[in-house]
Every structure is written in C-alpha cells, then in structure tokens.
Write a protein that binds this ligand. Structure first.
Ligand SMILES: [Zn+2]
Length: 485
C-alpha cells in the first residue's frame, strides 16, 4: 500500500499543475499590489492598527480565501490567516502584506503594477506580496487536486514586518505556534541560521571648546552614516582654527591621492570642511564596504586637535577602524553554525556643545552571550566618554539541518530544481525569527537580483510560478510528513 501511495505522490507534476492558475494569479497579485499598504498610523482605527492601506490589503487576501472556500480569520487587523486541511497540528506559511514606502525614480508607478519582459513591477512584488500570492495559489492547488492533508495548513498574513513586528506579537498571543513553518520572505534554497543581532547606541556630552593652543585645530563637527546596518559611504568633518587653512587643505588632498581615497575639501578663512567618500554596503558584511568615517578619522588622527576632538577621533581609530570582526573591541568570536561576529559602526555624530554619538550594528554567533558583548563594549568605550543609551536586540535563530522541516523542504527543492538544497546561514534577520521552528524558503533563487526595498522592485513571473510549485509540494509534504503510513 505504502509504495503505491508514494508512487502516486511523486507523479504530481507540480509545475505543470500550477500553470492553470497563472492568469488568475497575476490578476489577484495586481489587485493586491495596487494597494499602498505602507504603515500609516495617521489613518489607524479599529481593526486597522497600522492604517487603512494595510487593513485593506489584509481584507483583500482574506476575502480571496473566503471565496475559495478556505477558513479565514482576521485578528483585529494585526494579522490573519487562511486555513485548509484537518488535524491537530499546524503547518504555517508566514508572509507579510505591508511594504516599505515606494521612494522616487520608478519607471512605472509603484502601486500600478505592470508586467514588462516577463517581470512583474510593483512595490511589494518580491517583498512580500508576490510570494504571499504564490503561497495562496499553492494552497489552492493542493485543495483543487483533492489531496488529503493530515495537518491543518495556515497561510499566516502579517502586516508589520517592515516595522516593529507588532503583528506577530498579537497573532501569537491568540493563535498557536505552528509545529512546522516556513516563510517565503528571503532566499532559496533554505535559510536555517541567522546571527544574533544587536544595535548599540552610545552617546555622551562634549563641552564647548573655549580656547585653542598654538598649532591646534578644533574639530567643530564630524558626521557620517544614516543607519546602523549600513556601511557609511560619506563622512564630513569641519575643522576650525587660526592656522594655515590652505596648508591643511593641501595636506588633505595629498592624503587622498596617496591613499587613493575619493573626497574633497572646501575652505573658508577660518575653517575647512573635509569630505570623504567610502563605499556603502550592508552592515552584515562591514569588511566588504569602505567606511568613510574611518577613512576620514585616519587623516584627522595625524593632526593636532583639541582634546575632545582628538578623543573622538582616536575612538574611531583605536576601537573601530578595521576591527570588523570585533578584534578592536575585544569581542571577536565565531562558531561553526553562523561564523564570525561582525561589527559595523554605522552612524557617527560629533559636535562640541551638542555631544558625541555612535551607533554600532553587531551580529554575533548563536552561542555567544549578548550581555557579555554589551558589557565589554561599554567598558571599552567608557574612557572615551560614551555610554550605552539604547539597545535593540534580536537573539539568533537556528534550526538543526536534520530537522524534519528542513529535510522535507530540501527534498522538495532538490526534486523540483535538480539543484542542491543545502541550508544556508546569514547575518541578517528574517521573518523566520517569528516562528519556532521556522526557516526561510524562497522566493529569490540563487544568483538572482535582490530588488526588495529598491526602486523598480519586481519579481520574475516564471520564478514566481516556480516558487508556487515548490510551495504547493512543500505544503502537501509538510502536512503529511510521518502521517502517511
Ligand atoms: Zn519582507
């Protein structure tokens, strides 16, 4: 009996079956992506905690579910689910319907979806409405094929992923955690390990500089970076003093040429503004970018600066520059699951009379202790007049590679694509962290461009169809795993 059943299961050509829905799927996705579901608390109300757009997107998906004969539930506008199947246990597929603001420079309007050369363009196409719709039609396919499910499958629809995850707090206060779950909100094949993540904000007072010694420059301002999780690509400093401004400008220009750094200087009678360009990069790989603040601090470190200014510059040079793996802060460590700890100094602000400020984005191995890291950083930076004023922490996330969840998804991926489904570790934080256990499963295939959060966001239609076929088989197999005998 068992052999016969297995043979029948394998005979389903998922990618062929899903084709039937292509047109309908594009229509539904067009409707969903036409809604500007950006967080807007000014239009918040009952059952719409994150504003009208987000509430409408959730309602559209739930109505679609109802129309298809699924069980649906709206949890006060925070999140919802579409459910199909029987059984005590739950298989979860978690997608989100909120999107980041569109920004400028789009070829076609971001909330008027358009297909050009096989690509579906709209804000949310890839992150995460396209994948949400693919998962929906995957569930519909399983239902239309009349396949038995021994677990209930829930497509959970979140609405605050891009901001504060209040959707998940609310949802899991009222609904059980699925026994097995994945989120189509990242990359294929499978992301199973994510580093711990902590943003440390440090600040401290800086007195006004009353008097300068001979030959001394006052560091009147230094600023670089907008976000802790990005390598700053621009840094600026203002130096004031009675000394030879033109001579200093020349020295800076020599420094730029010798070290092949891009930048320039603007001078006036009593001050000089120095600008240095670096290379932006995601904060999870600080060694892959060029930190403009650190480049600038190396030059400033050669000058005779006022005491407070010199201290801030030496903080950058002695504790941060080049210490991308925590060497200089003495927090370097690694494990064999997610690799090395990384430190990205992403935001710098310094101005006498106003204060000094620094934001660090630290990603650490699964087994590391965040409290120890925090204490060490505080100890180290105390002598520079900085103390920790804010901590934003997300613990690491890890699912064992031999977990049934991963085994199943890996088998599905390898069967359908013929490629390796070996799970991967990343330094970033994904929606999978809301799940226990939970992993990322698509929608982006290896080697393809990440378009999330960028202008002209798109999803390749063929790939979205392929993802839907993978989700259908994954849903079916996860719902029946260990229950077929
Ligand atoms: Zn997302």
């Amino acid at each position: 009996m068992k052999d016969e059943k297995e043979e029948r299961d394998l005979s389903i050509a998922w990618w062929k079956e899903i084709e039937v829905y292509r047109e309908q799927m594009m229509e539904c996705l067009t409707e969903l992506c036409s809604i500007e579901s950006v967080l807007d608390e000014s239009t918040a109300g009952p059952a719409a905690p994150f504003g009208k757009g987000i509430a409408q997107a959730l309602e559209v998906m739930l109505q679609l579910g109802e129309k298809e004969g699924f069980i649906t539930k709206n949890l006060d506008g925070y999140a919802g689910h579409v459910e199909y199947g029987q059984g005590e246990e739950i298989v979860g597929v978690l997608a989100h319907l909120d999107v980041v603001p569109a920004g400028d420079g789009w070829t076609s309007p971001p909330f008027e979806p358009e297909i050009r050369e096989g690509k579906f363009y709209a804000r949310g196409a890839q992150d995460d409405k396209g994948p949400a719709m693919a998962a929906f039609f995957a569930l519909k396919l399983v239902k239309d094929l009349g396949l038995p499910l021994h677990r209930r499958v829930r497509l959970i629809l979140g609405t605050d992923e891009e901001s504060r995850w209040r959707d998940m707090d609310h949802y899991f206060q009222h609904e059980p955690m699925p026994e097995l779950a994945f989120t189509p909100d990242g990359d294929f094949p499978i992301i199973h390990a994510e580093k711990g993540l902590v943003d440390l904000t440090l600040s401290g007072p800086v007195d006004k500089v009353s008097q300068l010694e001979e030959g001394q420059w006052k560091l009147a301002r230094l600023e670089a970076g907008q976000r802790a999780n990005m390598v700053p690509d621009l840094a600026a400093a203002r130096l004031e003093g009675e000394e030879d401004v033109f001579g200093l400008k020349e020295a800076f220009q020599d420094y730029l040429i010798t070290h092949q750094i891009r930048g320039y200087a603007e001078e006036a009678d009593d001050h000089l503004k120095l600008i240095v360009e670096g290379k932006a990069h995601h904060g999870s790989e600080p060694d892959q970018g060029v930190n403009a603040a650190c480049q600038l601090a190396r030059f400033l470190g050669q000058l005779h600066l006022d005491e407070a200014g010199a201290r801030y510059v030496s903080l950058i040079n002695d504790c941060l520059d080049g210490g991308w793996f925590g060497e200089k802060l003495e927090i370097a460590q690694e494990d064999d699951r997610v690799g090395r700890l990384t430190v990205n100094p992403g935001v710098f602000r310094y101005e006498p009379g106003e204060g000094q400020y620094l934001e660090l984005n630290i990603r650490y191995p699964i087994a590391a202790d965040m409290e120890t890291i925090r204490r060490k950083v505080e100890e180290k930076l105390d002598s520079y007049g900085l103390s920790i004023t804010d901590v934003d922490h997300k613990p690491g996330h890890y699912v064992e590679p031999d977990h049934p969840l991963i085994q199943t998804l890996r088998k599905v991926y390898e069967e359908q694509t013929g490629e390796s489904g070996e799970p991967i570790a990343i330094g970033g934080a994904t929606y999978a962290r809301a799940l226990r256990p939970g992993v990322v499963f698509g929608p982006l295939f290896p080697g393809h461009l990440e378009r999330a959060h960028q202008k002209d966001e798109f999803i390749d239609v063929e790939q979205l169809m392929q993802a839907a076929a993978l989700y259908a088989q994954a849903i079916y197999e996860l719902a029946n795993r260990g229950k077929n005998d």
